[in-house]
Write a protein that binds this ligand. Structure first.
Ligand code: NDP
Length: 315
């Protein structure tokens, strides 16, 4: 049995900016990291078009190209990047204990440290037109894509803090923003609701849902329906931002790692330490507040440093 089990110092689960940055630092610290990419290598960055706010790219960079650059840098320092999905974890409770990980239900790995950077997934409504027009005017990230809609009319769906924040952010760039809220009130904090109310070029349509996004290959408008009266109308917009929340990719860790009520992993203080010694979390999987590529990269760096210091403390 034991000949089938690979023993490593550092396993990184997930391949977004957090995972790759952790890999760069862990590799340079001689932790010989092995990364399993998950089924969508590169994560959320690969679903955006241009990334204009990652420092170091003055002309902006395509999301997939940025991921490829991060990967090249990690591989340059001999990170072992493998395609595969972690399907089971057994984390030790003892400092210095070995963590057991199964990949694709068949590969067994024993790791001294584990860095979890499995990210989060933006929720979408599930409309066929929404899926078809992703990258053609449908986005789940105003901070990433809002700039492309300067001087245009856009629509935002959602009633929480994210929707309020995205709508007010977009209102600074766009001519007009329409915010669709499905109930007769917003879930967002009062402060955010005030900000929405005080933004003149932002119109809120309550009790209103998005029925269809119009356009063949790019967004040309949206058909919305009032769920109280049944009244439908078409709004001409070139961008549709879905802001109905994110789901952290933590199902695998339920009952094993401490998470908040919405499933985000809890890390201790300013560190990336989880409640299991030698298991660290970086990026969106533990951050519902900032969710930026650069903040994910920052916490990826922290996780590798935490892993390195943890191993040193055992010696
Ligand atoms: P939330 O879960 O708080 O809100 C989601 C919103 O989307 C709700 O208004 C919900 O409506 C609506 N919604 C869900 N599904 C649909 C659907 N199918 N159709 C239409 N509307 C839908 O998610 P957020 O991302 O807004 O926030 C997540 C967490 O992060 C919160 O705790 C928030 O406070 C925090 N946050 C804080 C920020 C800040 O403080 N600056 C910024 C961003 C987030 P309904 O209300 O009817 O359920």
């Amino acid at each position: 049995m034991s000949e089938n089990i690979e023993r490593i110092k550092c396993l990184i689960i997930g391949s977004g900016p957090a995972g790759y940055t952790a890999a760069i630092y862990a590799a340079r610290a001689d932790l010989n990291p092995v990364m399993y990419t998950g089924l969508e290598p590169g994560g959320q960055l690969t679903t955006t078009t241009e990334v204009d706010n990652f420092p170091g790219y003055p002309e902006g960079v395509d999301g997939t190209a940025l991921t490829e650059d991060l990967k090249k840098q990690a591989v340059r320092f001999d990170t072992d990047v493998r395609f595969g999905l972690v399907t089971k974890v057994e984390f030790s409770d003892t400092p210095g204990g070995i963590h057991k990980i199964t990949v694709d239900d068949k590969i067994n790995i024993e790791a001294e440290t584990v860095i979890i950077s499995t990210g989060a997934t933006a929720k979408y409504l599930g409309l066929e037109s929404e899926e078809r027009l992703k990258g053609g005017g449908v986005s789940a990230c105003a901070t990433c894509d809002g700039f492309f809609y300067r001087g245009q009319d856009v629509l935002v769906v959602g009633g929480g803090d994210t929707a309020a924040e995205e709508a007010t952010f977009l209102a600074k760039l766009c001519t007009k923003v329409t915010l669709l809220v499905r109930r007769d009130e917003m879930r967002a904090s009062k402060a955010m609701q005030h900000r929405v109310a005080n933004t003149p070029n932002l119109e809120v349509l309550y009790n209103t849902e998005l029925e269809e996004i119009l356009g063949e290959s790019v967004v040309e408008g949206a058909r919305v329906v009032n769920n109280q009266t049944g009244e439908k109308k078409e709004i001409p917009v070139t961008g549709v931002f879905i802001a109905i929340g994110h789901k952290p990719n933590t199902d695998l860790f339920k009952g094993i790692l401490e998470m908040d009520e919405t499933g985000y992993l809890i890390t201790k203080g300013k560190s990336t330490k989880t409640n299991k010694p030698g298991v660290f979390a970086a990026g969106d999987v533990q951050d519902k507040e900032y969710r930026q590529a650069v903040t994910a990269a920052g916490t990826g760096c922290m996780a590798a440093l935490d892993a390195e210091r943890y191993l040193a403390s055992l010696e």
